[in-house]
Write a protein that binds this ligand. Structure first.
Ligand SMILES: *Cc1c(COP(=O)(O)O)cnc(C)c1O
Length: 385
């Protein structure tokens, strides 16, 4: 037996390390909520919303029960429903397209750029065309800041303007990242994020938020998240959801937000080290992610591309050494059972299909120490040589 198999296995995302780093602060914050017992919409929720608004520069932050709900609330606030088309990438987590269907609209898939993994802006015209050919009214586009890297928001804004589309930014993976020195949160009409534990800013359960600079949309969101409540609590003025962020989760998030900037810096140091270690002699077999000038990623995932059908063998070799990997995403949405009948942009989805067979994500979190990272890089070198 190879002696390396004796090494302890490495966590893919080490939430326990973060927990140790946070120490008693979290316990104290949670204990405060347990004492005052305002578990729904307690003071910690409002406090966290204000802190998050300050952090990302948005005028309003409306928290809710999950990232998926955040997207549903956003589409509902924009009045999107049956007969409307929502343009979104196929190479993403299912929730991006699922929410279009949940509000009665139809997702129309557009391809991604094979280097940034984000929406290929050149495909938007063809998606608008496909939507209209299917008898739909193109209403909105949901760019995704995949793996933590902002989409090209200036180009998306130009396309959205040209085709009169609302933009809902799915920043579930990219929240905290910056695009030309502006944090995600104010691109498009609405920005959505998720506090699922594995996201860069995660809580200890489910949670999400919608950000906007628009006062009227913010009012709508606040009504929609509590059953469509009007100014009189018992006179509901629209159909809404029961979708609030738990007070306990808000308390947890306020503590985590304090260390988030340091964690983003750590993730960037770690990704730079990966790039250095893997680019040395593996450049022809493994393509490491690059960050365009003017962008800052939060590295929700460190995803490389391994060509020539060697990806699955690499995953197996790493697994044998106690190193976990993940495939985000093995099947693009337009190939999945629930989504394969929806329209596809005229330009096709060649990059999404190719990426599904080539991508592999390596362990990535703010507490990945250098020795562990060296172990991962060495194992990759051995596997790919
Ligand atoms: C995680 C995620 C969501 C959904 O967030 P939940 O909090 O799990 O509902 C939506 N979009 C993307 C791109 C995600 O990664």
């Amino acid at each position: 037996m190879n002696v390396r198999t004796q090494l302890p296995s490495i966590p893919f995302i080490d939430l326990a390390a973060q927990r140790r780093h946070l120490g008693a602060a979290i316990d104290t914050a949670v204990a405060r909520v347990l004492d005052h017992c305002q578990f729904i919409m307690g003071p910690e929720v409002r406090a966290f919303e204000a802190q998050l608004a300050e952090f990302c520069g948005a005028r309003h932050v409306v928290t809710c029960a999950s990232g998926t709900d955040a997207l549903v609330l956003a589409l509902r606030a924009l009045g999107i429903g049956p007969g409307d088309a929502v343009i979104c990438p196929s190479f993403t987590f299912c929730a991006t397209a699922e929410v279009a269907v949940l509000v009665g609209a139809t997702p129309v898939f557009v391809d991604v750029d094979p280097v940034s993994f984000n929406i290929d802006v050149n495909g938007i015209a063809g998606a608008v065309e496909a939507a209209m050919a299917a008898g739909l009214v193109p209403k909105a586009i949901i760019p995704v800041d995949l793996f933590g890297l902002p989409a090209d928001h200036a180009a998306i804004a130009a396309a959205a303007k040209a085709y009169s589309l609302f933009t809902v930014d799915d920043a579930a993976q990219g929240f905290g990242a910056t695009y030309h020195n502006r944090r995600l949160g104010t691109f498009g009409e609405l920005t959505c994020t998720s506090f699922f534990p594995a996201k860069p800013l995660g809580c200890y359960g489910d949670g999400g938020a919608v950000m906007t600079d628009d006062d009227a949309l913010a009012d709508l969101l606040r009504s929609l998240r509590v059953h469509g409540q009007g100014s009189d609590k018992y006179d509901n003025v629209r159909i809404g959801l029961a979708s609030r962020l738990d007070t306990i989760q808000a308390a947890v998030l306020s503590e985590k937000l304090k260390i988030f900037p340091d964690e983003i810096a750590a993730r960037n140091r770690i990704s730079a080290r990966y790039a250095q270690g893997l680019a040395q002699d593996l450049a022809d077999v493994a393509a490491v992610p690059t960050v365009p000038e003017g962008y800052l990623s939060v590295w929700a995932q460190y995803t490389i591309r391994v060509a020539g059908g060697r990806r699955d063998a690499l995953a197996a070799a790493l697994k044998a050494e106690g190193i976990p990997t993940a495939i985000y995403y093995p099947i693009p949405l337009h190939r999945q059972v629930a989504y394969k009948h929806y329209p596809v942009g005229k330009a096709g989805l060649a990059a999404s299909e190719r990426l599904a067979g080539e991508v592999i994500s390596l362990p990535m979190h703010a507490y990945l120490d250098e020795a562990t990272q060296d172990r991962i890089v060495d194992a990759m070198r051995r596997a790919l040589k």
